[in-house]
Write a new protein. Structure first.
Length: 256
């Protein structure tokens, strides 16, 4: 039961972030939702989640490509017992053609932002005497694929960062772990389908089974609810001694 805890979930107006926020709300945590947009529907999403689970839910807009905004998000949240670093983007191109601004954005949003939010959240966790850092890394934090240089570098970086946070908090009631999903069906994955269809000259179904799920032996996508369940487990008492490690949710991908 996470009643009385506040969870800040970055990049949580869709996909895995929203799935994680929903499961943490179901477990009783108050939630801070975030993305870089500040639309009516973002705030309505917070109201809906609050009404559904009887917890406090706020939406705070912050563009995590900017370090000051990432720090400002945690400061504005005011409390952060559970920090879920989830925001992410993807770009696929060979290294020599990889746009520099895409490289910079991916490293900023998916690696530097984790440093900034963690730096502000740790003192809050220490003050509260309890904390959980859950970083949403990827199977690409443990293995690589061609054409995803920035993503693979950022995710390997997040796995390393997670270990450092765990060591710096090892004797305290704080843990830090990374969840490494294989393919989860979300807008981020959906957006890769048209390009991949073009690249391999394949139809949608073939792309899903033979390209996207080629490395996922289960041949099934994980769901955002399942990711939320794993994050909630990492926040439970049973996971007290789990720190500085990765949990793969990848249908066997990294067993290959
Ligand atoms: P998604 O596109 O649905 O969600 C990404 C979230 O990040 C969105 O809420 C988006 O608004 C937010 N975001 C993007 N740029 C931002 C910025 N500058 N500032 C603040 N928020 C920003 O994608 P998803 O699949 O749910 O991805 C969530 C995380 O899971 C990412 O870190 C991704 O790398 C990781 N992941 C996804 C999969 C998958 O198969 N979907 C697999 C492994 C890892």
């Amino acid at each position: 039961n996470l009643k009385g805890k506040t969870a800040v979930v970055t990049g949580s107006n869709s996909g895995i972030g929203l799935g994680v926020a929903t499961e943490l709300a179901r477990a009783g945590a108050d939630i801070v939702l975030n993305s870089y947009t500040d639309r009516e529907e973002d705030h309505q999403l917070a109201e809906r989640l609050s009404a559904e689970h009887g917890v406090s839910v706020r939406y705070i807009a912050a563009d995590l490509s900017k370090g000051a905004a990432a720090r400002g998000l945690i400061e504005e949240a005011g409390a952060c017992d559970i920090l879920v670093n989830n925001a992410g983007i993807q770009h696929v191109a060979p290294i020599e053609e990889f746009p520099v601004e895409k490289w910079d954005a991916i490293i900023a949003i998916m690696l530097s932002a984790v440093f900034h939010t963690t730096a502000v959240a740790l003192p809050m966790m220490r003050k509260a005497g309890w904390g959980r850092v859950v970083n949403i890394a990827s199977a690409h934090g443990l293995t690589a694929s061609p054409y995803k240089s920035a993503y693979v570098a950022a995710k390997h970086g997040v796995v390393g960062m997670t270990k450092v946070v765990a060591l710096e908090t090892a004797e305290e009631p704080i843990t830090a772990n990374a969840i490494c999903p294989g393919y989860v069906m979300t807008p981020l994955v959906e957006s890769q389908i048209p390009d991949t269809m073009k690249k391999y000259d394949m139809d949608r179904e073939t792309v899903i089974r033979e390209v996207m799920l080629e490395r996922q032996p289960s041949k099934q996508f994980a769901t955002v609810e399942e990711l939320g369940g794993v994050a909630t487990f990492l926040c439970s008492d049973a996971a007290r001694q789990i720190t500085g490690t990765t949990i793969s949710v990848d249908g066997g991908w990294t067993a290959l």
